[in-house]
Design a binder for this molecule. Structure first.
Ligand code: AMP
Length: 631
């Protein structure tokens, strides 16, 4: 089918279109109504239908492809590779589900998962899905405070953690961060289930609270746990993401809509049919990891590769070696991942037989043209930039080679995906921008299946964060965009105070709040500054209290960097810290982060008519000339 017809049907006759797509998954009870939009912008897909993500990801394939590889978990850090067929996965997930049940985890309970990219993380997610528990995976690169915030919001019955991850040959203990997070949180779960990889030999356990998965596993081996059928709109999982406030938002996903979106997109966007192989380099803690390391490929009966390690170890050919070994058809990574490889000898791209590799998808951050050209030429396969957000759960703007590949235009992720009624509108008037004019990227309700259904426990926040920006009731992506006359859209960056570091989304407020916990700091402004490798890096400008003491600016600046790493994790580490005497603000006291960012990137700081104290900008200019106090 042509893309144009597929897309048109999805937006003009959504019920017909999605009823057809719903046939791609197993329903225990078929939906009674395809779409209920009686309470916009909330919407319910496949009302009355009951299904289960785990059943669709595993059980439904057992008869036809029980012996086919389902999951290959490779760690270039430990040197261990685990190959699991659908039947193996079925066994492991049932055992895990039995362990969860033995710990009184039941339908609707939240389970926080804090693990690196190992097979058990996938078992844990699918085991939750099997019994109707709501998982909330927290990225292992986040530190204790970030974990504590997510625990307090989700109020889990159980936390599942690994003893440690590994990166670049170094063991990164997780358990001390778990302990610190549980000390800080007010709604700590009564139990912690630990998958001990034997990496952290000094790991301590709190008796009565911390349980060892290996011993419980033995007790529940060969268990079979019946699937809990869920109504399509019940919550399946939460995935926290950063916004403009310091408090992360729990993006809530449903069951049926998500399963259908996964089944449709794995086939038509990612061009993966049952039995084919997909390799996503994402971490399970991100949206891509959920959708295209776990649910998408498995619901689609494919083989999914999960990778723990760097793209450059043991050598910069490791990804392509894996592509050759497993016959990967579709690979999915991030622009930063490719920029890391770009620093290496391009001969690594040619060393392995990549004749089965058809597509490289890249997402999570803007794909710069030089990188897109470099990797397209190096691999000789089409590179497909695709745009999405944690909120959407699957690509919103992309090309769809599984259906019919439209021409790739460097610099643009392409055309709207099925069901996304996309517009670019003027920030002030809300009117549709003409081609070539910059505006805000919005989606008209109803959002397609798979997108967030609400913010966990906070419908008001769902409305105020996404639907309150314009007179018209539209979902604001909070991204600037520009559309050409053929409908190809280019993303120009965020409209809010969210920055994107190596494809990781961070709220500048979170970093500012963390820095400000140091007694010497009076106030901090954090901005994202362009970086060749990571796209953006966080940079801090901070003022100190009058009585900050005698410690030099360098010492305090270093302490700020350390505090962020301790509280939020290495991903958020400020790349530079400037200690200044004043921060630029409007007369109403709002920090002028965009002007700061412009100055730091040697651009025009823009309209300064609202600036309270012109001296503050001079102060920033001088600091930038002088160089950072740390970094
Ligand atoms: P996250 O929720 O972490 O996936 O971050 C979503 C944000 O990443 C979007 O709002 C965009 O700002 C950015 N983003 C994701 N994909 C792309 C892309 N292909 N091109 C440009 N920006 C992107």
């Amino acid at each position: 089918m042509r893309y144009e017809d597929f897309y048109r049907m999805s937006v003009e006759q959504p019920e017909l279109f999605w009823a057809e797509q719903a046939r791609l998954i197993h329903w225990e009870i078929p939906p009674q109504k395809i779409l209920d939009q009686s309470n916009p912008p909330f919407r319910r897909w496949f009302v009355g239908g009951t299904t289960n993500l785990c059943y669709n990801a595993i059980d439904q394939h057992l008869a036809k492809r029980g012996e086919q590889l389902a999951l290959v978990a490779i760690s270039s850090e430990t040197g261990i590779t685990r190959e699991l067929s659908y039947r193996d996965l079925y066994r492991e997930v049932n055992t895990f589900a039995a362990v969860l049940k033995s710990l009184d985890v039941a339908k609707g309970d939240r389970v926080v998962i804090y693990m690196p990219n190992i097979a058990e993380a996938v078992f844990a997610m699918l085991a939750c899905a099997r019994i109707g528990a709501i998982h909330s995976v927290v990225f292992g690169g986040f530190a204790a405070h970030n974990l504590a915030l997510r625990i307090d919001d989700a109020r889990p019955k159980l936390l599942i953690a690994a003893d440690a991850g590994m990166r670049g040959g170094k063991v990164i203990p997780y358990k001390p961060l778990v302990d610190a997070a549980l000390d800080e949180a007010t709604h700590s779960p009564p139990r912690v289930l630990i998958v001990d990889r034997g990496l952290d030999v000094q790991m301590t356990r709190v008796s009565g609270r911390d349980l060892d998965y290996a011993s419980l596993r033995v007790a529940h081996e060969d268990a079979e746990v019946p699937v809990t059928w869920l109504e399509s709109n019940e919550p399946s999982y939460l995935l926290y993401t950063s916004g403009t406030t310091g408090k992360p938002k729990g993006i809530q996903r449903d069951v049926g809509g998500y399963a259908v979106a996964m089944a449709m997109s794995i086939r038509n966007v990612f061009d993966i049919a049952p039995g084919q192989v997909m390799f996503s380099t994402s971490d399970v803690g991100w949206a891509v990891g959920h959708s295209y390391n776990v649910y998408g490929p498995l619901i689609g009966g494919a083989t999914s590769l999960l990778y723990e390690g760097l793209p450059t170890r043991p050598d910069p050919g490791i990804w392509w070696q894996l592509c050759e070994r497993y016959g990967v058809r579709t690979m999915f990574s991030s622009p930063t991942g490719i920029r890391v490889l770009k620093k290496q000898d391009p001969a690594w791209l040619k060393r392995y037989d990549l004749s089965k590799l058809k597509w490289l998808f890249l997402a999570g951050e803007p794909l710069d043209e030089p990188t897109a050209h470099w990797i397209t030429d190096g691999l000789g396969v089409p590179v497909i930039d695709n745009y999405w957000q944690t909120e959407t759960g699957w690509p919103a703007i992309t090309l769809m080679p599984g259906l019919d590949l439209k021409p790739v235009k460097f610099g643009s992720p392409g055309l709207p995906a099925p069901g996304y009624k996309m517009k670019v509108i003027d920030e002030g008037t809300g009117l549709e921008a003409v081609p070539g004019e910059k505006g805000v990227l919005v989606f008209e309700p109803p959002l397609p299946p798979g997108c967030l259904t609400t913010v966990w426990g906070d419908d008001e926040r769902y409305l105020s964060s996404y639907f309150s920006h314009f007179k018209e009731l539209v979902y604001s992506s909070l991204d600037w965009a520009i559309r050409d006359e053929n409908g190809y859209t280019t993303i120009l960056g965020r409209t809010d105070d969210v920055i994107n570091v190596a494809g990781h989304r961070l709220g500048t407020r979170e970093i500012e709040e963390s820095v400000a916990t140091l007694p010497a700091v009076a106030e901090a402004a954090v901005i994202g500054v362009h970086d060749e490798l990571k796209g953006q890096v966080p940079v801090v400008f901070a003022t100190l209290k009058q009585d900050a003491g005698v410690a030099g600016a360098g010492t305090v600046a270093r302490a700020m960097q350390q505090r962020v790493v301790e509280q939020l994790g290495g991903v958020a580490k400020p790349s530079r810290v400037y200690v200044v005497n004043a921060l630029p603000k409007t007369r109403s006291g709002k920090l002028l982060r965009r002007s700061l960012q412009a100055l730091a990137e040697q651009r025009d700081p823009g309209d300064l008519s609202t600036l309270d104290d012109p001296g503050a900008l001079e102060e920033i200019r001088r600091a930038l000339e002088r160089g950072p106090d740390q970094g």
